[in-house]
Design a protein around this ligand. Structure first.
Ligand code: GLA
Length: 382
């Protein structure tokens, strides 16, 4: 099989100057709280997006993707403006735009870019962050930008918020850049400080099944932004600086200040923040039974209070639970995408089959199954 460098050379008739990769992610727990200063507990998966890049001696930007053989997105450094370019190309363009917006010490040139994205698309496993972070990592090296992982995380989030137009939090970019093999990362989304929390479930006879429901979410559409706005309204109505700053008890005591929708949405955020801290404590004690219960509670809260689940996710979770999973929940933004289930290794075939059968019975598209151990974050390969 041709390497990415060889494929790059056949597309662009020149060798790449740099090759980088960045992974997708799952989130163990801490959903929809990374824009409310919460702690989250994601890990990087083994699937990665790779990019090969060379400088050009003009100001043109040529972007190709192995997954879209006929497409070329052609633009120039001088034409970059938010929400322009083919949809798939906006993620790399956004990163270049964000770098161009840094102080002008950096002399960007035109670029040839070839993308090879192996993180399943639309599966809620953050293929977009993987793409942004692989590009940012490569350009950081190519132009000697010397940006730290934290700076790269803020930069790639800015690309997605302001160029792509998706008001995401900071979790996906952070874990794609900072992931550590063997550990989930306790990430404080307020300052991006981290603590690696070992997630060694194999020695306990367990695995984390990832169930891609193949239902496709449309996060750029209003649902995500609307949830985020509810959390911001709760902060304003409670007169606090962020939902991170209120305990579960105080929240209930002051809940009368909020209208009903704002109350139940913010209740998800406040209780989920506590569940993350509880999950870290039980993980440190290797108490996977309690971890499973927290996953179940997280799903119920996302389904009932935050209302970001969907029938396919609920079915994947409920079948996992009834077939003996220690716990299961939807992951990511919701409205489709993937669920995770913490299961005994020996029960995997039975659970997969039960989910597939239930999906067929409901007339849903057949789900796909993955699993992944916690893997390393972005790196330069060449
Ligand atoms: C998407 C966003 C993240 C985060 C999750 C929900 O993946 O990109 O920032 O908000 O949804 O936890």
């Amino acid at each position: 099989m041709e390497t990415l460098a060889q494929q790059f050379s056949s597309y662009f008739s020149i060798a790449p100057d740099v090759i980088a990769q960045a992974p997708g992610r799952v989130n163990l727990i801490g959903e929809h709280i990374d824009y409310s200063d919460g702690y989250v507990l994601p890990f990087a998966i083994k699937d990665v997006t790779m990019v090969a890049i060379s400088r050009r001696d003009d100001r043109e930007i040529h972007i190709r993707s192995i997954q879209r053989p006929g497409d070329l997105n052609l633009t120039s450094l001088d034409e970059l403006s938010p929400q322009t370019g083919q949809i798939w190309a906006r993620y790399p363009l956004g990163v270049i735009w964000a770098i161009a917006g840094l102080d002008d010490q950096h002399h960007l040139t035109g670029l040839n870019i070839l993308i090879d994205g192996k993180v399943p698309l639309g599966a809620g496993l953050s293929s977009s962050a993987a793409l942004e972070c692989s590009i940012a990592t490569a350009l950081n090296e190519l132009f000697d930008l010397n940006l730290s992982l934290t700076e790269l995380a803020w930069l790639t989030q800015r690309a997605e918020n302001d160029y792509v137009g998706m008001p995401c939090g900071i979790m996906d970019q952070s874990i794609s850049l900072m992931g550590k093999a063997g550990s989930a990362l306790l990430l404080d989304t307020r300052d991006l400080s981290t603590e690696a929390i070992p997630f060694e479930i194999a020695s306990a006879g367990l695995e984390l099944l990832i169930i891609d429901t193949q239902a496709h979410h449309a996060l750029v559409d209003g649902g995500y932004a609307e949830r985020r706005a509810s959390c911001e309204k709760a902060v304003a109505d409670l007169g606090i600086t962020s939902l991170r700053d209120i305990s579960v008890d105080d929240f209930y005591a002051q809940g009368t200040l909020l209208d009903q929708t704002t109350f139940i949405r913010a209740r998800h955020a406040v209780t989920e923040m506590q569940r993350v801290l509880d999950a870290v404590a039980v993980l440190k004690a290797r108490d996977f039974i309690s971890l499973g219960k927290l996953l179940n509670q997280s799903h119920a809260s996302l389904r009932d209070d935050y209302t970001v689940s969907c029938p396919e996710l609920d079915l994947a979770v409920s079948v996992s639970q009834s077939q003996g999973a220690l716990g299961a929940r939807m992951v990511g933004g919701g409205f489709g995408g993937s669920a995770i289930a913490l299961i005994k290794v020996e029960s995997a075939p039975k659970i997969r089959e039960a989910i597939t059968t239930a999906f067929a019975k409901h007339g849903f598209t057949s789900p796909r199954f993955f699993n992944s151990l916690p893997s390393d974050g972005a790196k330069i390969l060449h």
